[in-house]
Design a protein around this ligand. Structure first.
Ligand SMILES: Nc1ncnc2c1ncn2[C@@H]1O[C@H](COP(=O)(O)OP(=O)(O)O)[C@@H](O)[C@H]1O
Ligand SMILES: [Mg+2]
Length: 291
């Protein structure tokens, strides 16, 4: 009902209509409005021939959230990230990012949006012929007009933010441990001060101690830089430690969405297997111990 509607014409007149006409009321009401999701996916459908990967998928990621996508190998997690990043076209559906529909944008139209994204792909993909600092600097050279001196300073800052020692910038990826390589890839992903960070399997291939370090880093980067993070992982420890909400993808659908505690109580057989299989049990027990 609009504030201008005479109470007598209203189908259900309220004795005291909402005080929208009161000066300043809109401002105070705004505080209670639900923030617009950073990512809003509706009715997404993707197939590769007969292989239907996403069958009517809808989900939202809220500002500041660490949102995780999980599910069996080949269920379409990476494809979903690639679709949001406009590297893959769905058949139908809608994906709004920062309130803007991204499907149908051409490369030029997508560029300003892409500058607000940071991405760390599954296979890290640092250039092996470049040092860590050169890897980070390359992104800055490509996308900014900064002077070489400033680029070197920003690259050093990003490398420091990921917890790498100062001399790591001078090293080649092959000279680093797995955990350090992930940190270097993260430094490159945050080179352009993204608002939204995508991480595909950020702890894959790491020993438990290095993986724990990456968990903590993801959280602290989110807090320090005010990021929204969407990540894909198989790592149950990572999920318990960092994910605010988790979506389980399977058989083309979102089988469940919620906090890890909520999901661990859901009745779906695939979700149950995920949480109550042997790996799931161990990770859950560790999570309870930490609480
Ligand atoms: N470009 C492509 N062409 C054909 N099939 C693809 C392509 N990309 C992914 N697929 C298929 O889509 C399914 C989902 O892949 P993916 O998203 O990589 O799975 P996940 O990341 O969950 O392991 C798999 O069956 C894969 O073989
Ligand atoms: Mg994948």
């Amino acid at each position: 009902m609009s504030a201008a509607t005479p109470a007598s014409l209203s189908p259900n007149p309220l004795p005291n209509p909402l005080p929208l006409a009161v000066e300043g009321a809109n401002e105070s009401l705004r505080e209670f409005q639900v923030p617009e999701p950073v990512i809003d996916i509706r009715n997404l459908y993707t197939n590769f021939g007969a292989n239907v990967v996403h069958d009517n998928i809808s989900l939202t990621v809220q500002p500041g959230e660490i949102f995780a996508l999980v599910g069996g190998s080949g269920c379409g997690k990476s494809t979903l990230l690639r679709t949001i990043l406009l590297l893959q076209l769905p058949v139908s559906g809608s994906i709004r990012v920062f309130g803007r529909e991204v499907l149908g944008l051409n490369d030029e139209q997508a560029m300003p949006l892409r500058h607000r994204f940071g991405v760390m792909f599954e296979r890290g993909a640092l250039f092996s012929a470049l040092t860590v600092a050169e890897n980070v600097a390359m992104v800055l050279k490509e996308h900014t007009q900064l002077s070489p001196r400033l680029i070197a300073e920003v690259a050093a800052l990003k490398i420091a933010l990921t917890g790498l020692p100062a001399d790591a910038g001078l090293k080649y990826p092959s000279e680093l441990s797995g955990g350090m390589r992930k940190r270097a890839a993260l430094a490159r992903a945050i080179a352009l001060d993204p608002e939204l960070l995508f991480l595909d399997e950020p702890t894959a291939g790491l020993d438990p101690l290095s993986a724990t370090g990456i968990d903590e880093l993801i959280r602290s980067l989110r807090d320090a830089l005010g990021l929204t993070i969407m990540l894909v992982t198989h790592d149950l420890d990572l999920l318990w430690r960092v994910a605010d909400r988790v979506a389980v993808l399977g058989e083309g659908h979102i089988l469940g969405v919620g906090t890890m505690t909520e999901l661990s109580k859901m009745d779906h057989p695939i979700i149950k297997e995920y949480f109550y299989g042997s790996r799931g049990r161990a990770a859950r027990e560790q999570a309870w111990k930490r609480k």
